[in-house]
Design a binder for this molecule. Structure first.
Ligand code: GCV
Length: 703
């Protein structure tokens, strides 16, 4: 990969003169702050839109066409709502002269696709496009005081603190409309408005009134509202003696609450629940099961046709291996959940790590609807300081073969209804959106929001496709920035190509400098930013400390999940179970996830494990430095504001990658007792200094 990066760099240098010539043009390029996302304004041609119906959604569709048309001047586009067997749900058919769909929302999605294709220069040939998942949802971990758990782009766009916290201004509504439009443009059709660590206050009358206002703004764009609920709400809000899901008063309390919600929000989508996990209350507090709790809520929602998303993110400090727990707790309940319950499972068995094998629960539950939960916000992948395009990670996950019904039983097919006849199909992503002008903190983090929506609509799209689209939409020169547009092929060669390669490699690069070869959860502190393989404060539960996960000692490193270890391998289907179990056949990307491996173990390339670890960390650092060079060379093709902001983030990423490498190598070296190979750069930081740093604050590092 490093060689490829060097090629890009060389390629760019050869074109230095062209680059220089364009430099002055770029200076004149319009400043952009990123707020318009991938929906930037551009020159448009007049178009004649024919649609026999009017509605809020269709009016948006019409307006989008008129404000974004780049096709033939004066063309006529017909929008037709007529059912067609080849189209399902909110899918659509695109043709040269119009869009056909079963639903108004299908028309709107078709309009966004048509405009996207015009903008990126893709043909339109009588294509039908149907969504892979019926529910494509953003989970906001927004607290009612305006802070966001694991949010790195400012405060909540929905909630705030202070005496006017429930007031809604025109500015709020405008922002929510922009948010809804961005979501609809990539096919997202649901938003959970509050943190899964849910405040019971969410269900009070005053908060529900605000939820109604948000729902009204989002509705024309096809975005349904969902709420995270606290399982103890009947006691805390309703004054009941218990929240036992089998208690009749509790059942009535939820039914009445649901009725109240529907009187305000007729298209309310349902609940998301984190129960008996990380201190949240749940049915087990009353000796009941997850199924008892989920079914009670599902029954309250059923008359309205809505759903409960019940999370499988559970683990207790007493278990020997956290990676085994969701499967161990949920699989025995398969078949017990009511039809409108969907079990929401994180992509990996632990917690959104830079690399995890897929959770074995995918493909295991045959009689229950299951959905994947991805994390768009980069809690464990550099937050909003680092350029990491997550689409490649999600692609790896969705295309992982579970072998449940033989080869080809990918996670994508196990969740989208192709293999199991699940009543509901869904996918969720934890949002990375906040009040920052560019919404996501890092300009490139917008690509992850975009990629989530696009993959939720079509789980077979490749990351390369998605990155290509996103770069063209987000950065292509404005037609007004002459002579940039006359140099479009230069732009493709000198901007699109290198930036796309950088994005596509970025997740692997991050794995290299953070946690190569299957290492996981070796972060410092609770903020999950910098390295902390040493982090183990006295009294903290072991599964919240990195030594629990890396298990480094003088013999070797890695978590033994083989048959003779925790036996987590047994949760996978054959041939994976045996493949993961054997040191020789375990893919090296998961080596230290499944095995405790001696430091002198011979890797496939002939190096010993310790050396291989050193090379991975070093390669990661060098790769980020290449990113910096690549970005500096694309300056002529981008406005100054976005260029400078990304440049400064890359500077920080370079430094933090170095900290990761130095911290991890110096710490693990205490166990390996081996030298760092002489042909790689040796650490520049001191381990004792790194141990004292608080990586979550820029200040400590830059001062
Ligand atoms: C919302 C991880 C995160 C928590 C998060 C939790 C979850 O543990 O660090 O912030 O809580 O996952 O997904 O519930």
């Amino acid at each position: 990969m490093l060689i490829l990066l060097k090629e890009i760099h060389k390629h760019l240098s050869r074109n230095y003169l062209v680059t220089l010539a364009l430099f002055f043009t770029a200076l004149a390029a319009k400043a952009e702050n990123g707020h318009e996302l991938w929906l930037r304004k551009h020159n448009v041609n007049p178009v004649n839109v024919v649609c026999s119906k009017n509605s809020a959604t269709l009016n948006i569709a019409r307006q989008e066409l008129q404000q974004g048309w780049q096709g033939k001047t004066g063309a006529t586009i017909v929008l037709t709502i007529r059912s067609d067997e080849s189209i399902w749900s909110d899918g659509y058919k695109l043709g040269a002269s119009g869009i056909q769909a079963n639903t108004e929302l299908g028309i709107l999605y078709g309009v966004y696709e048509l405009l996207r294709r015009q903008q990126i220069g893709q043909p339109i040939n009588d294509d039908v496009s149907n969504p892979s998942y019926e529910y494509r949802i953003l989970d906001h971990w927004d607290n009612l005081n305006g802070t966001i758990e694991r949010g790195y782009a400012g405060n909540s766009i929905f909630w705030c603190n202070g005496k006017d916290s429930l007031a809604v201004t025109e500015k709020d509504e405008l922002l929510w409309r922009e948010y809804a439009r961005a979501n609809a443009s990539v096919g997202i059709n649901g938003s959970v408005l509050n943190n899964v660590n849910a405040s019971p206050k969410m269900l009070t009358g005053e908060y529900l009134k605000k939820v109604k206002t948000i729902a009204d703004v989002l509705r024309p764009y096809g975005i349904k509202i969902y709420l995270s609920v606290n399982f103890s709400s009947p006691v805390i809000l309703g004054g009941l003696k218990t929240s036992d899901p089998l208690d009749t008063e509790v059942i009535t309390w939820w039914k009445t609450k649901v009725k109240e919600i529907y009187s305000l929000i007729p298209n309310f989508g349902g609940f998301l629940v984190k129960a008996n996990s990380e201190g949240q209350p749940g049915p087990q507090d009353f000796g009941r099961t997850h199924a008892d709790g989920a079914n009670m809520m599902a029954d309250a929602l059923k008359p309205y046709g809505s759903i409960v998303m019940w999370r499988a993110f559970v683990y207790s400090p007493r278990e020997r291996d956290r990676a085994r727990q969701a499967y161990a707790e949920f699989l025995p309940l398969d078949g017990q959940f009511h039809e409108n319950v969907i079990i929401q499972i994180k992509n990996g068995p632990i917690d959104f790590q830079p690399r995890e094998p897929f959770s074995p629960l995918f493909g295991a539950m045959k009689k229950t609807s299951v959905m994947a939960e991805l994390q768009i916000t980069q809690e464990y992948l550099g937050q909003s300081n680092q350029l990491v395009f997550l689409s490649t990670m999600w692609e790896e996950f969705l295309q992982s073969d579970t072998y449940k019904e033989g080869a080809g039983s990918t996670v994508a097919r196990c969740t989208d209804g192709s293999i199991f006849p699940q009543k509901y199909t869904a996918i969720a992503g934890v949002a990375n959106i906040g009040l920052d002008t560019n919404w996501c903190g890092h300009h490139f983090a917008q690509a992850n929001w975009y990629a989530f929506g696009r993959s939720a609509w079509n789980n077979r799209l490749t990351s390369e496709n998605i990155a290509d689209e996103w770069i063209r939409l987000t950065f292509s020169p404005h037609q007004t920035d002459q002579p940039m547009s006359s140099n479009i092929s230069d732009w493709q060669r000198l901007f699109l190509f290198p930036v796309k390669q950088m994005m596509l490699q970025s997740r692997e690069v991050t794995v290299n400098y953070m946690m190569p070869l299957g290492l996981h959860h070796i972060f410092a502190g609770d903020h999950h930013y910098g390295p902390g393989p040493w982090y183990a404060p006295k009294g903290l539960r072991p599964d919240w400390t990195p030594p629990y996960y890396h298990q480094a000692d003088t013999n070797g490193i890695g978590f033994d999940r083989t048959r003779t270890g925790s036996n987590a391998v047994s949760q996978y289907n054959e041939p994976l179970r045996s493949q993961f179990n054997e040191l020789e056949t375990c893919p090296e990307i998961y080596l230290l996830w499944f095995h405790h491996v001696p430091w002198n173990y011979k890797m496939k390339n002939g190096r010993i494990l310790w050396d291989e670890i050193c090379y991975h960390y070093d390669t990661g650092v060098q790769q980020v430095r290449q990113f910096q060079k690549i970005w500096n060379q694309v300056q002529p093709y981008i406005d100054e504001q976005r260029f400078t902001e990304v440049q400064s983030k890359l500077r920080r990423q370079c430094r933090d990658a170095q900290i990761w490498k130095d911290g991890c190598l110096l710490y693990f070296q205490k166990f390996s007792r081996r030298p760092i190979p002489l042909d790689i750069e040796h650490p520049v930081y001191d381990l004792n200094d790194l141990k004292k740093m608080d990586f979550s604050t820029i200040k400590t590092l830059e001062e």
